[in-house]
Every structure is written in C-alpha cells, then in structure tokens.
Design a protein around this ligand. Structure first.
Ligand SMILES: *Cc1c(COP(=O)(O)O)cnc(C)c1O
Length: 402
C-alpha cells in the first residue's frame, strides 16, 4: 500500500492500537514495554485515568473559544506553573518549537523595549536541538537540518558544548541572550555541568543578557524535579516547555519573569489554538498528578533503581555499552555498536527505545513506571545487549568474506 504521508520520517513498520500505563499494545496483540513515552511526551503513561476523565469532561463542555476571550482553564495552568517555578507569566502554544519561537521573540523584544533593538543575537551550543521551524533550526545550527531550506535565520551564534571561554568570546554588543538545554536530549543525553550553568548565569548578569532554558524535553518531572533547572541552583529568565506538559495532548508553553517579558504587550504575539480549554484541561490534569505529594519522590526512587541496574548491564556488556548517563528518567546509553542496532534489538525483545546523537540509545520510561516494570525492562535490555554483543563478536571473528 502506498503511503500518502509526506515521507519525512524513517518509520519502523509497527503500529500500536492501544496503550495501558507503561505498555503499548500492537494490532496483533503483542505487548511492548514503552521506554520512549512518545519521546518524553507520555509522562503519565498511556490512558492515565485522571487524564482521560479530565479531557472527557472538558470535551463535553467546551473545546475552543479563541484568545479573544478569557480562558479560566489557562489562567489556572499559568498560575500553577508560575507558583512552581521562577516565572511570572506564561504564553501557551502547541509545540516545543513554538514555545522556543516565543522564547526567542520575547528575548529580542526585551532588548528592543530597553532601547537596544541591535541586541537580537543569541548564543547557542553545538549539537543542540530546539525545533524544526526556521528560527529554531537556526538556533540549533545543525547543518543536516538546515541544508536546502534557503537563507538561515540571522542572529544565532553557536559555540562548542560546555566551552565557557568560547561562550564569553561569542558575546558581543549585539548579543541579547544565551540559550541552552540543561540536558541535551536529541544531542545524546549530554548533561551540562551545573557549574557551567552557574557560570552562564553569572555571565548573563554581568553583560545584561537573558538566560533561556529549553526544557521542552527535560521539563515536567523527567529529571526527578518538576524542571531540570531546580536541581542546579540556577534560574533562567525565560523557559520553553512542551512535550510532557499535556501528557500527550499537544501543549507548549513559554514561561518568563515579568521583567524579561516586558516587551510582549497586546498584539506582539499570538496563537489560534494556544491555551484552548481542551488543551488546558489536559495540562491541568497532568499538573494534578505531578504536583501531588510524593509523585516526584517516587520518580527519583525509580530513577535511582533504574540507573543502578543499567550500570550493572554496562558492566556485563562492556563491548556494547560504554557509558550510562542522564538524570532521573532521561537516560542515555552510549553504545559501542551502532545505536540503531541496539534499539532494533530492544524492540525485538519488545521494549521501545529511541536513539539520539553521539551514538546514544535514549531510555525515557513514563514517570509512572513501576519497580516491577523497571525490572522487566532491565531483563529485556540485558537480553538485547547480549544478542547485539554476540552478533558483533561473530562479525569480528568471522573470516572476511568480501
Ligand atoms: C522536542 C524538542 C523540541 C521541539 O519540540 P516540537 O514539539 O517537536 O516542536 C525543542 N527543544 C527540545 C529540547 C526538544 O527536545
């Protein structure tokens, strides 16, 4: 059968029909342990009863009214996000790239409102991923994604990951902000040193720059804190969220201090769907669960257990896994075999993982994963590593045939 979908994805030939918690069920009834969570989206797993009830109730009342009117559900999500973070104000949109677009526009407008429209440049880091719109691609600066799409949006200066001297050198009189993911997700689960982030904060304060965190992937409990920055002792001025915010319903958000957001007055930005009642009912339901006492404690305990078991797997398969890295339930296994092959081997064991840059296999179980499911996942990952290790060894010892 020919597909009429634009072929921009290299899809695996596998379709799921249902989900239950940490499990995905294929059309033929096969049950897969979902350690990808729709790439950090389904933080509460699949078909979480509270989320289902909230969306169902809202669907029977009101879906969409447009931002021409008051939306109490959005007021509520914004208030809860601000109470739980550094921020004073929130803009709602529908994706991570849009949240980043708002973050970029807010930073530029801040300096313009201060009488410095020339300070529109933003320093970003090599290997970063901020989305697929023209501006967010320019922010990421990855050639493979920019190629063939015409002139690159002006105003982004990439420096090597973790290089403070290069960052300082890149700051000019036209620089307005520094943008970074506290943990590089797509780039290979590369954890940024807390001391580096603190140094960035200092640099921003010295030079009058805004610090922007892209927490689209690290946010909403993924690292064991509601936001990754909370374990660092460093606060941003602007932060982008999306992925897990709606638990699977598309919701993005740009959070800012009122100072950083001072240029964003009526008419400066907008989104037709952003923050509509249905989307906000999903986000409120996610917050109900995540802000409940003990939820994040449990995530941290499960994450510790998972990481300990993965370290044992690394020791058992030293020719397959070089390093276990990440925070909370955002884990990367840097592989010594092609990461894609290890992902395939895990899928053969009915465990869903996803690769990332730097030859890393990313493991992103839903935050509600149980200790029993972690144990089951570990057994499957262990078998997959064994299979890949044996295949690699056989290939090495085999007489060269070509
Ligand atoms: C996924 C991701 C984005 C882009 O989000 P979309 O919803 O795909 O637009 C941006 N930044 C980071 C860090 C991400 O992980």
């Amino acid at each position: 059968m020919t597909s009429h979908l634009l072929p921009t994805y290299a899809r695996v030939n596998l379709a799921f029909e249902r989900g239950e918690g940490a499990w995905l069920i294929a059309a033929n009834g096969d049950r897969y342990l979902d350690f990808t969570s729709g790439v950090a989206v389904n933080a509460l797993g699949h078909a979480h009863p509270h989320l289902v009830a909230a969306i169902t109730a809202q669907a029977q009342k009101l879906w969409h009214v447009s931002n021409l009117y008051q939306i109490p559900e959005a007021e509520q999500v914004a208030q809860r996000l601000c109470e739980a973070s550094f921020a004073d104000v929130v803009f709602f949109c529908n994706s991570g790239a849009e949240a980043m677009e708002c973050a970029i526009k807010t930073a530029r407008k801040y300096h313009s409102a201060n009488g410095h429209p020339e300070r529109y440049r933003i320093v970003t880091f090599e290997g970063a991923f901020h989305g697929r719109t023209l501006a967010t691609l320019a922010a990421g600066g990855q050639k493979k994604y920019l190629d063939g799409f015409g002139p690159v949006v002006e105003g982004f200066d990439q420096v090597p990951f973790g290089d403070l001297d290069a960052t300082k050198r890149a700051v000019s009189d036209e620089t307005g902000a520094i943008l970074i993911e506290p943990i590089m997700g797509e780039g290979g689960v590369r954890v940024v040193e807390p001391s580096f982030l603190r140094a960035l904060r200092e640099l921003c304060d010295q030079r009058g720059l805004l610090l922007l965190f892209d927490e689209v992937q690290t946010g909403m409990g993924r690292t064991g804190e509601l936001f990754a920055y909370q374990r660092l002792g460093v606060e941003p001025d602007i932060m982008a969220l999306a992925k897990a915010l709606g638990g699977g319903f598309p919701v993005g958000a740009c959070l800012a201090t009122s100072e950083a957001a001072k240029g964003m007055t009526a008419g400066t930005h907008g989104s037709t769907f952003g923050g509509n009642p249905l989307a906000m009912s999903a986000a409120n339901a996610v917050l109900d669960v995540m802000l409940a006492p003990g939820f994040l404690d449990r995530v941290r305990r499960t994450a510790l257990l998972f990481k300990q078991r993965l370290a044992e797997i690394k020791d058992r398969h030293p020719s397959v896994i070089a390093e276990v890295r990440g925070e909370g339930l955002l884990i990367g296994l840097r592989a010594l075999v092609p990461a894609g092959e290890l992902v395939d081997a895990m899928r053969a064991e009915k465990l869903i993982a996803v690769s990332a840059g730097d030859n890393v296999v990313r493991l992103l179980p839903p935050l509600i994963v149980s200790e029993q499911e972690v144990a089951e996942g570990i057994a499957r990952i262990d078998r997959a590593c064994g299979a890949v290790g044996r295949a690699a060894k056989a290939a090495r010892t085999e007489e060269p045939v070509r």
